[in-house]
Ligand binder design. Structure first.
Ligand code: ZN
Length: 90
């Protein structure tokens, strides 16, 4: 009866190997059929204008470094407001 036990163990080993190779095959074919985008274009990411709360694509925004922090604005007006009114304005 020891032989039957060994055969069963071998069967499980083969089964595990087959399942693993199937999983690998699915992962490989999935990668082939639907390639993930290489990298999100940084210019298309949305940035927030802190002054008026508008979200806009980074490409269309006005970038400014204020107090060592990179910030984005929808217009020159907002950029001016951020630069002038560092503290509580008005
Ligand atoms: Zn704005």
């Amino acid at each position: 009866m020891l032989a039957a036990w060994i055969v069963r163990l071998l069967l499980y080993a083969v089964l595990a190997y087959v399942i693993l190779s199937i999983i690998k095959g699915i992962a490989g074919s999935g990668r082939r059929s639907a390639p993930p985008p290489p990298r999100p274009a940084p210019l298309d990411t949305l940035v927030k204008d802190d002054v008026c709360g508008t979200y806009l694509p980074r490409r269309d925004s006005i970038r400014a470094v204020i107090d060592g922090q990179e910030r984005f604005f929808c217009s020159q007006d907002c950029r001016k407001k951020a630069k002038d009114g560092g503290g509580p304005s008005q």
